[in-house]
Design a protein around this ligand. Structure first.
Ligand code: KIV
Length: 299
């Protein structure tokens, strides 16, 4: 992977790029792994400067930046544009691109071809796909094509309708067992890491000793190897109710609305722009310009 140039921030200078062996080593040492989503260049720069380990261009982009009402409609081309922008803002975290709904499920060939686009066109280091079941074979095919794959079990938003909505998964013995089988099958298929989303903490705790790959949780409790949050959720940029598992670390939406409103008020009241926001011209040049305009007017 070539190193993208446009990264600023002193803290990124000393850090080594995250690799799969370094990630595995973090698990071995019991060092918590930090993943955050990002969808654009400034978001990637923020993640870089904050020193996270992995950045996921999640298909949550569909809802948080593209305004769709679920993750289902987002296209491969839309995801690739977002991944490429994030790539340009990152140097050290491992970049994972989310394969959108309908782009990998049909055949192994489809899955490999889509994953290759995420690596070749957008510079992703790895891809993520959702569910066990038939996704296990797709994950294996992509891994065999040389592309690292992150699995995702529990609440899998691409198939939320089939799961009965956006709700915690694995809350009966049967469902938890099925989830365990999916997680182990994805690990056996060669996934370098798994996401557990919205499952009981006790189920995750039970599974952890059985999993050798790093597990990143979102609403899966504290026994997993790392945590991920959606950028807009943790910064408080989005509107509406956040899921139970979200912790807000800032309330940027209110600050952003306040700033834009203050700008609008200033413009309407004639307070902006002030002298310091304007450019000057040498008085002689201005005089010459005025004379020239007068001549044009007179002609
Ligand atoms: O799309 C996404 O943001 C995700 C994370 C919540 C893991 O899949």
């Amino acid at each position: 992977m070539s190193t993208p140039p446009a990264v600023t921030g002193a803290s990124s200078i000393e850090r080594l790029p995250m690799t799969l062996p370094r990630l595995a080593e973090k698990k071995r040492l019991g060092e918590p792994i930090v993943m955050v989503t990002a969808y654009d260049f400034p978001g990637a720069q923020v993640a870089e400067e904050a020193g996270v380990d992995l950045v996921l261009v999640g298909d949550s982009a569909a809802q948080v930046v593209l305004g769709y009402d679920s993750t289902v409609p987002v296209s491969v081309d839309e995801m690739l544009m977002l991944c490429a922008a994030v790539r340009r803002g990152l140097r050290t975290p491992l970049l994972v691109g989310d394969l959108p709904f309908g782009s990998y499920e049909a055949t192994d060939e489809q899955a490999v071809a889509t994953a290759q686009r995420f690596v070749k066109q957008a510079g992703c280091d790895a891809v993520k796909l959702e569910r066990g079941g038939s996704s296990v074979a797709r994950a294996q095919a992509i891994v065999e094509a040389g592309i690292p794959v992150m699995g995702h079990v529990g609440l899998t938003p691409q198939t939320a309708t089939a799961l009965g909505g956006y709700r915690a998964q694995g809350r009966t013995a049967d469902r938890a067992l099925r989830l365990a089988q999916d997680a182990l099958a994805l690990q056996d298929a060669g996934c370098f890491s798994l996401v557990f989303e919205a499952i009981p903490a006790a189920v995750a705790t039970e599974l952890m000793p059985r999993l050798a790959v790093p597990v990143i949780g979102i609403g899966a409790g504290g026994a997993v190897d790392g945590q991920v949050l959606v950028f807009h959720d943790l910064l408080g940029i989005g509107d509406g109710m956040a899921p139970r598992f979200v912790k807000r670390y800032a309330g940027l939406r209110a600050e952003m609305v306040g700033a834009v409103r203050a700008f609008a008020d200033d413009v309407r009241a004639g307070r902006f722009p002030a002298a310091e926001h304007t450019y000057s011209i040498d008085p002689e040049e201005l005089a010459g310009f005025r004379a020239g305009v007068a001549e044009v007017d007179a002609a």
